[in-house]
Design a protein around this ligand. Structure first.
Ligand SMILES: NC(=O)C1=CN([C@@H]2O[C@H](COP(=O)(O)OP(=O)(O)OC[C@H]3O[C@@H](n4cnc5c(N)ncnc54)[C@H](OP(=O)(O)O)[C@@H]3O)[C@@H](O)[C@H]2O)C=CC1
Ligand SMILES: CC(=O)C(=O)O
Ligand SMILES: [Mg+2]
Length: 665
């Protein structure tokens, strides 16, 4: 991200428009109101911008000084603004356009910097002569250098830090490296490594990479959104850090997940990085380690009450819709109750979806459709046990219910295929505890009052064909559990294969490993995990067999859902758009992948899959009457079929250092 306070130094042969000079900017600011700031922002072309004056978000200094006198420094620690009032900024943020920028400005703005790829003409026209080594290098060599440097780093967090620094210097090169090496690098910018990064985010911190919105600043959300340096972002990932992967409440440190997911919106679907906005809402944290950590960057107080968090969220959603009307909002890693509440509260009002409930639901439905084809257990006979009844467990189970109802089953019959287990055992209506609202739909009554407290008991009772883990608890799929699952599909002596999806992230929270799953099912397992496991090779008397795991992670759908929603100019994200993402992903495997018995496309093809998902999501938006594209456009695409719509998408996505000028989103 561009640093916030880069001041512009004029070069003698580049004239600086009056409106971008610091003095003009402060004169303008004296006259301007918030609406004029907003107008000015809109008038800046959609070209990338860098700061021309110090735009530091100013606060009421005298009030702070006053407060400092009255309170000890320690009491003020953890936040700058000590009131709930609106921040008054002293200055407009003014930017130069890409065409106006020269010399170091160009090299320091990651979106403009092409590094060693700058041509001699660029170097002359942008005053770069001497500011770069003389060589002009092919991109492949630059990518190779980066990979060599990544491989010299001894820990995954260090590798992440190298990549993160590269992203801050040369956006195109970062994404080229990521896209060309997605199998090796996705586990660094995303799960599992991003989990370690989030745990240490405050200590690793060197520079801002997101919008950090504290509840203390809730009256200034619009100002903060407008301070974002790139114009008109179209997709944000927002978390309050309350349930980051399976790692629990990480507070403001959870911002790493917003950053990681958005890197994949670009890497895996081609949404232009300039259009992405990572956000963390800081409502405090109940994580004692954070509260004690001298480096912790968030509010040093317990989380606010749920009704206060909800008011804050209401204000946030209203502000986003007002400041960036075309923004798609992805809710990420909110603890379950908030996740369900916010989705219900906002889904019909704003363009939003919850990745953990809906994205996970879609990706696992997709994998399940393909897994059933391999399992030998007919789709009607499938019985599914879910270990974990949180946002992901219930989200996936509900998506699968929709699958069965779309196939003609009644809702009751579809629901009857699911048994959900939580820390108290099988979720039933009569087990004596107060069930969380989101568990009630799947709570069972078919147990004649008997309560099944362990997973083994549930498996013995249900005889499932599929076992799904979304518990954030390592190792709960024990040898006896997995062998019992295999036994239940083996019954009758048929050659059937168990479906086993330990989906929790990161790897340290996986319900079992791939190796265990292969060993305890004698190699028959159909396996998908949330974070990637390595292939597993077993030596045999006549050689070796290598088993290949699948990664069942919402990364296969959220990039395409976001891309499709943006390109369709969707006003809402409908259930049909989510369902369609699953169905289209399931159908996106190529012949080789099907032949190898995979249930998801190879991760190297995630971008191809995202384009298919985006195309079908767009069509679903139109079917649902939520696409803002003109009808004539749809009629034309219908005449030409998928080829023309696919072409439309491909022409609009970001392809670093190949055709960036052609990117329109
Ligand atoms: N692969 C993917 O794409 C995705 C994976 N996930 C992963 O799913 C996991 C869960 O996420 P989420 O649903 O939001 O989390 P929640 O905290 O909302 O839910 C966890 C559920 O697991 C149950 N649980 C925890 N420990 C046990 C145990 N030992 N035995 C039985 N049940 C247990 C909890 O029970 P109780 O309700 O009684 O507390 C709860 O129902 C995380 O690790 C997350 O990373 C999430 C989204 C996508
Ligand atoms: C992948 C994801 O969204 C999660 O683990 O929460
Ligand atoms: Mg998540």
């Amino acid at each position: 991200m561009a640093s916030y306070a880069r001041s512009m130094t004029n070069s003698s042969d580049i004239s600086t428009p009056r409106s971008t000079s610091p003095s003009a900017a402060s004169a303008a600011s004296a006259r301007s109101s918030h609406s004029s700031i907003s107008n000015k922002r809109m008038s800046v072309s959609s070209s990338r911008r860098i700061s021309a004056v110090n735009p530091m978000s100013s606060v009421d200094v005298s009030a702070i000084e006053q407060a400092m006198k009255m309170a000890s420094l320690d009491q003020l620690r953890g936040y700058v603004q000590n009131t709930y009032g609106e921040v008054h900024q002293y200055k407009n943020t003014e930017y130069v356009t890409k065409n106006q920028a020269a010399g170091y400005q160009v090299l320091r703005e990651p979106l403009w910097n092409k590094g060693l790829s700058f041509t001699p003409e660029d170097r002359a026209s942008k005053n770069l002569t001497g500011l770069l080594p003389h060589v002009m290098e092919p991109l492949s060599i630059q990518v190779e250098r980066c990979m060599k440097m990544i491989n010299t780093r001894s820990t995954d967090v260090d590798k992440y830090l190298y990549l993160s620094s590269l992203k801050d210097q040369n956006t195109d090169l970062f994404y080229r490296v990521l896209m060309d090496n997605i199998r090796d690098l996705m586990p660094l910018v995303y799960t599992p490594t991003i989990g370690d990064v989030c745990l240490q985010y405050s200590t690793l911190y060197t520079r801002p990479e997101a919008l950090y919105i504290s509840i203390k600043q809730r009256k200034s959300i619009r100002t903060m959104l407008r301070n974002w340096p790139y114009p008109n972002p179209e997709i944000c990932v927002v978390t309050d850090g309350s349930r980051i992967l399976g790692l629990g409440d990480l507070g403001v440190n959870g911002v790493g997940i917003s950053i990681g997911k958005l890197a994949l919106y670009t890497g895996a679907a081609g949404i232009h990085p300039e259009k992405t906005l990572p956000i963390v809402l800081d409502c405090g944290t109940n994580n004692e380690n954070n509260l004690r950590d001298p480096f912790y960057l968030g509010l040093r107080s317990k989380r606010v009450a749920p009704h206060v968090a909800q008011e804050f969220m209401d204000e946030f959603m209203e502000a986003v819709a007002e400041v960036y009307p075309s923004m798609v909002v992805q809710f990420e890693d909110f603890e379950s109750e908030k996740a369900f509440n916010f989705l219900d509260r906002y889904r019909n009002k704003y363009k939003c979806f919850n990745d953990d409930i809906q994205g996970t639901g879609a990706v696992i439905l997709s994998g399940y459709i393909n897994a059933v084809n391999l399992s030998g257990v007919p789709i009607e006979e499938q019985r599914l046990v879910f270990m974990g009844a949180g946002s992901a467990g219930v989200g996936v189970a509900k998506q699968l219910v929709e699958f069965y109802t779309r196939r003609g089953l009644s809702e009751a019959a579809a629901k009857d295929k699911f048994w959900l287990v939580d820390t108290k055992g099988l979720v039933t209506k009569d087990r004596g505890d107060k069930l969380a609202e989101h568990k009630k739909y799947f709570a069972r009554i078919d147990n004649n009052g008997h309560q099944f407290r362990t997973l083994e008991e549930v498996i013995e009772y249900v005889k499932p064909s599929a076992l799904i883990g979304l518990t954030a608890t390592f190792g709960v799929f024990t040898e006896s559990v997995i062998r019992a699952l295999k036994a239940s599909v083996d019954a009758g002596g048929l050659q059937r294969r168990p479906i086993l999806f330990p989906l929790s992230n990161p790897l340290t929270k996986a319900e079992c490993t791939f190796e265990q799953a292969v060993q305890w099912t004698d190699g028959t397992v159909i396996f998908a995990s949330g974070s990637p496991f390595a292939p597993y090779t077993v030596k045999t008397s006549n050689g070796a067999i290598t088993y290949h795991p699948n990664q069942g992670n919402n990364v296969y759908v959220f990039p395409g859902i976001g891309l499709g929603a943006i390109l369709a100019k969707a006003t809402k994200i409908t259930d049909d758009m989510i369902y369609t993402s699953a169905a289209s992903l399931a159908a996106s495997l190529n012949a080789d992948e099907l032949h190898k018995g995979l249930i998801y496309p190879r991760i190297e093809r995630v971008r191809d899959a995202s384009i298919i998902v985006a195309r079908e999501v767009m069509k679903a938006a139109r079917r649902g009457g939520v696409s803002g594209l003109p009808e004539e456009q749809w009629v034309e695409w219908e005449e030409w079929g998928d080829v023309s719509l696919t072409k439309f998408i491909k022409e609009r996505i970001y392809n670093p250092l190949v055709d960036t000028h052609a990117s329109k989103i």
